[in-house]
Design a binder for this molecule. Structure first.
Ligand code: NAD
Length: 248
Protein backbone atom coordinates (compact mmCIF):
# COMPACT_ATOMS: atom_id res chain seq x y z
CA UNK A 1 0.00 0.00 0.00
CA UNK A 2 2.82 2.41 0.91
CA UNK A 3 6.19 2.82 -0.78
CA UNK A 4 9.10 3.75 1.50
CA UNK A 5 11.88 2.22 -0.61
CA UNK A 6 15.12 4.15 -0.12
CA UNK A 7 13.73 5.98 2.93
CA UNK A 8 14.88 5.64 6.52
CA UNK A 9 12.44 5.89 9.41
CA UNK A 10 13.05 6.13 13.14
CA UNK A 11 10.30 4.73 15.35
CA UNK A 12 10.72 5.53 19.03
CA UNK A 13 9.31 2.78 21.23
CA UNK A 14 9.40 0.75 18.04
CA UNK A 15 9.67 -2.75 19.47
CA UNK A 16 6.36 -2.95 21.35
CA UNK A 17 2.70 -2.08 21.00
CA UNK A 18 1.78 0.64 18.49
CA UNK A 19 5.47 1.30 17.69
CA UNK A 20 6.07 -2.35 16.86
CA UNK A 21 3.13 -2.31 14.44
CA UNK A 22 4.54 0.87 12.83
CA UNK A 23 8.02 -0.67 12.52
CA UNK A 24 6.57 -3.76 10.83
CA UNK A 25 4.48 -1.76 8.35
CA UNK A 26 7.38 0.56 7.45
CA UNK A 27 9.77 -2.37 7.04
CA UNK A 28 7.20 -4.19 4.89
CA UNK A 29 6.88 -1.02 2.78
CA UNK A 30 10.59 -1.01 2.00
CA UNK A 31 11.94 1.43 4.59
CA UNK A 32 15.17 1.14 6.51
CA UNK A 33 13.84 1.10 10.06
CA UNK A 34 15.50 2.20 13.29
CA UNK A 35 13.45 1.11 16.31
CA UNK A 36 14.31 2.50 19.73
CA UNK A 37 13.24 0.92 23.00
CA UNK A 38 13.89 1.51 26.68
CA UNK A 39 14.87 -1.86 28.08
CA UNK A 40 13.40 -5.13 26.74
CA UNK A 41 16.28 -6.59 24.71
CA UNK A 42 14.37 -9.83 23.96
CA UNK A 43 11.60 -7.92 22.14
CA UNK A 44 14.27 -6.09 20.11
CA UNK A 45 15.93 -9.39 19.19
CA UNK A 46 12.60 -10.81 18.04
CA UNK A 47 12.07 -7.78 15.78
CA UNK A 48 15.62 -8.03 14.41
CA UNK A 49 14.98 -11.68 13.51
CA UNK A 50 11.63 -10.83 11.90
CA UNK A 51 12.94 -7.81 9.96
CA UNK A 52 16.53 -8.48 8.86
CA UNK A 53 18.60 -5.29 8.60
CA UNK A 54 16.51 -3.34 11.08
CA UNK A 55 18.55 -1.35 13.63
CA UNK A 56 17.37 -1.42 17.24
CA UNK A 57 18.75 1.09 19.74
CA UNK A 58 18.17 0.93 23.49
CA UNK A 59 18.11 3.69 26.10
CA UNK A 60 16.04 6.33 27.84
CA UNK A 61 15.31 9.09 25.33
CA UNK A 62 14.74 11.56 28.17
CA UNK A 63 18.52 11.54 28.42
CA UNK A 64 20.10 14.04 26.02
CA UNK A 65 23.10 11.93 25.02
CA UNK A 66 20.87 8.87 24.37
CA UNK A 67 18.52 10.92 22.16
CA UNK A 68 21.44 12.38 20.20
CA UNK A 69 23.10 9.01 19.81
CA UNK A 70 19.86 7.47 18.47
CA UNK A 71 19.87 10.00 15.63
CA UNK A 72 23.64 9.76 15.08
CA UNK A 73 23.59 5.97 14.92
CA UNK A 74 20.73 6.04 12.41
CA UNK A 75 22.71 8.43 10.17
CA UNK A 76 25.80 6.29 10.60
CA UNK A 77 24.00 3.10 9.50
CA UNK A 78 21.72 4.47 6.75
CA UNK A 79 23.22 7.89 5.77
CA UNK A 80 19.86 9.70 5.73
CA UNK A 81 16.80 9.93 7.95
CA UNK A 82 13.52 10.78 6.23
CA UNK A 83 10.85 10.00 8.79
CA UNK A 84 10.58 10.32 12.57
CA UNK A 85 7.72 8.61 14.41
CA UNK A 86 7.65 9.92 17.99
CA UNK A 87 5.72 7.08 19.58
CA UNK A 88 7.54 6.18 22.83
CA UNK A 89 5.62 6.99 25.97
CA UNK A 90 4.49 5.84 29.38
CA UNK A 91 1.17 6.12 31.24
CA UNK A 92 0.71 5.98 35.01
CA UNK A 93 -1.44 7.49 37.74
CA UNK A 94 -1.11 10.83 39.56
CA UNK A 95 -4.00 11.88 41.78
CA UNK A 96 -4.50 15.64 42.06
CA UNK A 97 -3.41 16.87 45.49
CA UNK A 98 -1.01 13.97 46.18
CA UNK A 99 1.94 16.32 45.53
CA UNK A 100 4.22 13.68 44.01
CA UNK A 101 6.66 15.96 42.24
CA UNK A 102 8.90 13.08 41.22
CA UNK A 103 6.00 11.35 39.39
CA UNK A 104 5.22 14.62 37.57
CA UNK A 105 8.87 15.22 36.65
CA UNK A 106 9.36 11.63 35.47
CA UNK A 107 6.34 11.91 33.16
CA UNK A 108 7.51 15.23 31.67
CA UNK A 109 10.99 13.83 31.12
CA UNK A 110 9.75 10.60 29.63
CA UNK A 111 6.89 11.80 27.42
CA UNK A 112 7.84 15.39 26.54
CA UNK A 113 11.53 16.18 27.08
CA UNK A 114 12.38 13.01 25.13
CA UNK A 115 10.22 14.16 22.20
CA UNK A 116 11.90 17.57 22.14
CA UNK A 117 15.41 16.08 22.36
CA UNK A 118 14.96 13.60 19.52
CA UNK A 119 12.94 15.94 17.31
CA UNK A 120 14.94 19.11 17.69
CA UNK A 121 18.30 17.42 17.22
CA UNK A 122 17.01 15.74 14.06
CA UNK A 123 15.55 19.03 12.80
CA UNK A 124 18.96 20.67 13.31
CA UNK A 125 20.49 17.99 11.06
CA UNK A 126 17.71 18.32 8.48
CA UNK A 127 18.05 22.11 8.31
CA UNK A 128 21.76 21.67 7.60
CA UNK A 129 21.41 19.00 4.91
CA UNK A 130 18.11 20.22 3.39
CA UNK A 131 16.10 17.05 4.01
CA UNK A 132 12.37 17.54 3.58
CA UNK A 133 11.55 15.15 6.39
CA UNK A 134 8.33 14.04 8.00
CA UNK A 135 7.50 13.86 11.66
CA UNK A 136 4.51 12.08 13.16
CA UNK A 137 3.87 12.46 16.88
CA UNK A 138 1.69 10.13 18.90
CA UNK A 139 -0.44 12.11 21.35
CA UNK A 140 -3.68 10.91 22.96
CA UNK A 141 -7.30 11.81 23.54
CA UNK A 142 -6.00 12.71 27.03
CA UNK A 143 -4.19 15.65 25.45
CA UNK A 144 -7.39 16.82 23.77
CA UNK A 145 -9.97 16.46 26.52
CA UNK A 146 -7.91 15.81 29.70
CA UNK A 147 -7.95 12.67 31.82
CA UNK A 148 -8.85 12.41 35.51
CA UNK A 149 -6.02 10.92 37.62
CA UNK A 150 -3.64 11.35 34.69
CA UNK A 151 -3.22 15.13 34.50
CA UNK A 152 0.56 14.80 34.11
CA UNK A 153 0.16 12.42 31.16
CA UNK A 154 -2.56 14.61 29.62
CA UNK A 155 -0.30 17.67 30.03
CA UNK A 156 2.47 15.99 28.02
CA UNK A 157 0.08 14.92 25.27
CA UNK A 158 -1.57 18.35 25.10
CA UNK A 159 1.91 19.83 24.80
CA UNK A 160 2.72 17.44 21.97
CA UNK A 161 -0.39 18.64 20.14
CA UNK A 162 0.71 22.29 20.51
CA UNK A 163 4.26 21.31 19.57
CA UNK A 164 2.95 19.65 16.39
CA UNK A 165 1.04 22.76 15.37
CA UNK A 166 3.97 25.07 16.17
CA UNK A 167 6.48 22.98 14.24
CA UNK A 168 4.08 22.81 11.33
CA UNK A 169 3.82 26.60 11.16
CA UNK A 170 7.58 27.06 11.45
CA UNK A 171 8.86 24.20 9.31
CA UNK A 172 6.29 23.52 6.58
CA UNK A 173 7.71 26.53 4.65
CA UNK A 174 11.06 24.67 4.75
CA UNK A 175 9.50 21.44 3.50
CA UNK A 176 9.48 19.62 6.84
CA UNK A 177 5.99 18.25 7.52
CA UNK A 178 4.76 17.59 11.06
CA UNK A 179 1.55 15.81 12.02
CA UNK A 180 0.11 13.96 14.98
CA UNK A 181 -2.17 11.03 15.73
CA UNK A 182 -4.44 10.98 18.78
CA UNK A 183 -5.41 7.47 19.85
CA UNK A 184 -7.81 6.66 22.67
CA UNK A 185 -7.80 3.23 24.29
CA UNK A 186 -5.65 0.78 22.33
CA UNK A 187 -5.20 -2.94 22.85
CA UNK A 188 -1.54 -2.92 23.96
CA UNK A 189 0.51 -3.97 26.98
CA UNK A 190 0.26 -0.39 28.27
CA UNK A 191 -3.30 -1.24 29.32
CA UNK A 192 -2.81 -4.79 30.60
CA UNK A 193 -3.67 -3.81 34.18
CA UNK A 194 -6.71 -1.71 33.23
CA UNK A 195 -8.14 -4.47 31.06
CA UNK A 196 -7.47 -7.01 33.83
CA UNK A 197 -9.14 -4.81 36.47
CA UNK A 198 -12.10 -3.36 34.54
CA UNK A 199 -12.50 -5.79 31.64
CA UNK A 200 -11.97 -4.79 28.03
CA UNK A 201 -15.74 -4.87 27.37
CA UNK A 202 -16.36 -2.14 29.95
CA UNK A 203 -13.67 0.04 28.36
CA UNK A 204 -15.11 -0.70 24.90
CA UNK A 205 -18.57 0.38 26.00
CA UNK A 206 -17.24 3.94 26.41
CA UNK A 207 -16.00 4.09 22.81
CA UNK A 208 -18.58 5.00 20.14
CA UNK A 209 -17.08 2.33 17.85
CA UNK A 210 -17.92 -0.22 20.56
CA UNK A 211 -14.51 -1.89 20.68
CA UNK A 212 -10.90 -1.23 21.60
CA UNK A 213 -8.77 -0.64 18.46
CA UNK A 214 -5.70 -2.79 17.84
CA UNK A 215 -2.14 -1.45 17.61
CA UNK A 216 -2.26 -2.02 13.85
CA UNK A 217 -5.34 0.16 13.50
CA UNK A 218 -3.38 3.05 15.01
CA UNK A 219 -0.20 2.23 13.09
CA UNK A 220 -1.71 2.42 9.58
CA UNK A 221 -2.87 6.07 9.99
CA UNK A 222 0.54 6.94 11.49
CA UNK A 223 2.28 5.49 8.45
CA UNK A 224 -0.23 7.23 6.16
CA UNK A 225 0.74 10.61 7.67
CA UNK A 226 4.42 9.77 7.11
CA UNK A 227 3.79 8.81 3.49
CA UNK A 228 3.61 10.69 0.19
CA UNK A 229 -0.16 10.11 0.22
CA UNK A 230 -0.38 12.78 2.94
CA UNK A 231 1.86 15.31 1.17
CA UNK A 232 -0.56 18.24 1.66
CA UNK A 233 -1.38 17.53 5.32
CA UNK A 234 0.60 19.51 7.91
CA UNK A 235 -0.20 20.39 11.52
CA UNK A 236 -3.07 17.90 11.65
CA UNK A 237 -4.18 16.09 14.82
CA UNK A 238 -5.72 12.94 13.39
CA UNK A 239 -8.28 11.25 15.65
CA UNK A 240 -7.77 7.49 15.63
CA UNK A 241 -9.95 6.68 18.61
CA UNK A 242 -13.15 5.10 17.40
CA UNK A 243 -15.05 8.39 17.59
CA UNK A 244 -14.16 9.20 21.21
CA UNK A 245 -13.08 12.75 20.39
CA UNK A 246 -14.62 14.71 17.55
CA UNK A 247 -12.20 17.60 17.12
CA UNK A 248 -8.46 17.71 16.46
P1 NAD B 1 3.67 0.40 25.12
O1 NAD B 1 3.83 0.55 26.58
O2 NAD B 1 3.17 -0.92 24.61
O3 NAD B 1 5.04 0.72 24.37
C1 NAD B 1 5.73 1.90 24.64
C2 NAD B 1 7.12 1.81 24.09
O4 NAD B 1 7.79 3.04 24.37
C3 NAD B 1 7.96 0.70 24.73
O5 NAD B 1 8.69 0.04 23.71
C4 NAD B 1 8.93 1.44 25.64
O6 NAD B 1 10.18 0.79 25.73
C5 NAD B 1 9.08 2.76 24.91
N1 NAD B 1 9.48 3.86 25.78
C6 NAD B 1 8.76 4.43 26.78
N2 NAD B 1 9.47 5.41 27.36
C7 NAD B 1 10.67 5.47 26.71
C8 NAD B 1 11.84 6.26 26.84
N3 NAD B 1 11.94 7.23 27.77
N4 NAD B 1 12.88 6.03 26.01
C9 NAD B 1 12.79 5.07 25.06
N5 NAD B 1 11.71 4.28 24.89
C10 NAD B 1 10.67 4.48 25.70
O7 NAD B 1 2.72 1.60 24.67
P2 NAD B 1 1.70 1.76 23.45
O8 NAD B 1 0.36 1.43 23.95
O9 NAD B 1 2.23 1.09 22.24
O10 NAD B 1 1.77 3.35 23.29
C11 NAD B 1 2.56 4.00 22.32
C12 NAD B 1 2.21 5.47 22.33
O11 NAD B 1 0.82 5.65 22.12
C13 NAD B 1 2.55 6.17 23.65
O12 NAD B 1 3.07 7.45 23.40
C14 NAD B 1 1.21 6.27 24.33
O13 NAD B 1 1.13 7.36 25.23
C15 NAD B 1 0.29 6.48 23.14
N6 NAD B 1 -1.10 6.10 23.42
C16 NAD B 1 -1.39 4.84 23.80
C17 NAD B 1 -2.70 4.52 24.12
C18 NAD B 1 -3.10 3.14 24.58
O14 NAD B 1 -4.24 2.97 25.01
N7 NAD B 1 -2.23 2.15 24.50
C19 NAD B 1 -3.68 5.50 24.02
C20 NAD B 1 -3.35 6.78 23.60
C21 NAD B 1 -2.02 7.07 23.30
Amino acid sequence: MFDFKGKTAIVTGGTRGIGLAVSRILFGSGANVVASYSSNRKAAERLEAECPGILTVSGDLGDESTAVSLIDSAFERFNTIDVLINNAGIWNYLTAGSFQVEVWDHMIRNNLRSVYLVTDYLISRWLKDGTKGRIVHVASTAGQRGEAEHAHYAATKGAIISYTKSLSSELAPKGIITNCVAPGWVDTEMNTDVFADSGKEKVAAGIPLGRVPSAEEIAWPIVFLASELASAISGEILNVNGGSVLCG
